[in-house]
Design a protein around this ligand. Structure first.
Ligand code: HSE
Length: 436
């Protein structure tokens, strides 16, 4: 059988890794796919990069539209990232009857519905395993491996850059900005690294996971999103003292009121496996009603790790080239006409425990004022730390861990505490999840 012809868009970290691994493992990949898979054309603005990767003999162009309009190409692999021109390229490829593989979480999270509808109409596949959690086959696991289950909740460390930063801060006491620069140099970070540190990248990925887990439309805009840029060395140390690690977590949970979809720094008990996922590694914990809790772990970013997911998709698409479109696995796991209208719940309705850190005047009655406000809202305190004031300082850190409470009540309690004369500055709040 003739080899399948791939058109590669982008030769950055993931594109380079894909070209290298496809070449290195070509024989074994052909044995798995049932036919050879060849890169026939590469669109890249950095032509010298092709020579460095040993792919200079492949047809190269600076015009990605040339590739998506090329009748010889069977599968377009979009590894440019971002919204535009990635969206136009993907839609043009689909219009031309080509299958698409993409690692572009921003594109799928925001425009997935339109792209999948178009793909459905044209009878082609859009595969996006590499869009979530790098090399971990989490899309395949959720969409196929766990298809018997009603998913109750999932929680994941799904941004490698953020996890790398938090790990280096905790283990080596390194400075936030310094670690972020290293993550950029290693090719982990997004083109705009605020997507990593402010949780936007994780929210893109969580909205994809949530849609596949619960059979609901993609709803990035309804995902509560909070980054890690306000986490201090003190918070990392206090969390440790209380028996927790701080992780940047994406949580999607089915509740009576709807689906919670939230990304925020989270204290997790140190003895949980997921609390020990460090560096650029990602992990996703999925709780199904039949299977119980399952954990998926692996590299969340990086060239060959992400290429592993891209190439698995290319092989999958190659195997299904002759399959009737009606018999393929649906893009979002559930049949397109079977998506539920379960709402994403407002963050005020979410219930979690909290870590609170505040700077208080070192004088009588301060604690009484704080605990009165919490008590009035029925917020119960689980643990408490107060340090002696440092030499020459009149303020002390007070750290509280609460039992589970409604977010709306906690917001109004924090507002009242911040108004107290004896409290300086803002209250730092980090949510706590037991994940048990
Ligand atoms: N910037 C992303 C991360 C790349 O750090 O996880 C992988 O999606």
């Amino acid at each position: 059988m003739k080899p399948v012809k791939v058109g590669l868009l982008g030769l950055g970290t993931v594109g380079g890794g894909t070209a290298v691994v496809l070449k290195r493992n070509a024989d074994e990949i052909a044995r798995r796919a049932g036919r050879g898979i060849e890169i026939d054309a590469i669109a890249t603005l950095e032509l010298e990069q092709a020579a460095a990767l040993g792919v200079e003999n492949i047809r190269l162009t600076k015009d990605a539209f040339e590739v998506v309009n090329d009748p010889d190409i069977d599968i377009v692999v979009e590894l440019i990232g971002g919204y535009s021109p990635a969206k136009e390229l993907v839609l043009t490829a689909i219009e031309n009857g080509k299958h698409v593989v993409t690692a572009n979480k921003a594109l799928i999270a925001l425009h997935g519905e339109e792209i999948f509808a178009k793909a459905q109409e044209k009878g082609v596949v859009v595969a996006f395993e590499a869009a979530v959690a790098g090399g971990i086959p989490i899309i395949k696991s959720l969409r196929e491996g766990l298809a018997a289950n009603q998913v109750e909740w999932l929680a994941g460390i799904i941004n490698g850059t953020g996890n790398f930063i938090l790990t280096e801060m905790r283990e080596k006491g390194r400075d936030f900005a310094d670690v972020l620069s290293e993550a950029q140099a290693l090719g982990y970070a997004e083109a705009d690294p605020t997507f990593d540190v402010e949780g936007i990248d994780a929210a893109h990925k969580l909205s994809i996971l949530s849609s596949i887990a619960f059979g609901i439309p993609l709803q990035f805009d309804k995902t509560y999103t909070e980054g890690i840029s306000k986490i201090t060395q003190e918070d990392v140390a206090y969390a440790d003292e209380l028996g927790y690690r701080i992780k940047h977590l994406g949580v999607a949970r089915r509740t009576d009121a709807g689906v919670e979809q939230r990304v925020h720094p989270t204290l997790i008990p140190k003895d949980r496996l997921i609390a020990n996922v460090n560096g650029v590694m990602n992990a996703v914990l999925v709780k199904g009603d039949a299977v119980g809790a399952t954990l998926y772990y692996g590299a969340g970013a990086g060239d060959e790790a992400t290429a592993s997911a891209v190439i698995a998709d290319i092989i999958d698409v190659t195997r299904t080239l002759t399959t009737d479109p009606e018999n393929r696995v649906p893009h979002l796991a559930f049949q397109p006409n079977e998506l539920a209208d379960t709402p994403v719940v407002d963050m005020d309705q979410v219930e979690t425990a909290y870590y609170l850190r505040m700077s208080a005047k070192n004088e009588a009655g301060v604690l009484a004022e704080v605990t009165r406000i919490l008590g009035d809202k029925n917020i119960s305190i689980k643990a408490f730390i107060q340090k002696e004031p440092k030499q020459g300082e009149s303020e002390v850190d007070i750290i509280l861990l609460t039992h589970r409470v409604n977010e709306g009540d906690m917001n109004s309690a924090i507002e009242q505490i911040e108004k107290l004369d004896v409290i300086a500055g803002d209250v730092m709040r980090i949510r706590v999840e037991a994940l048990s």
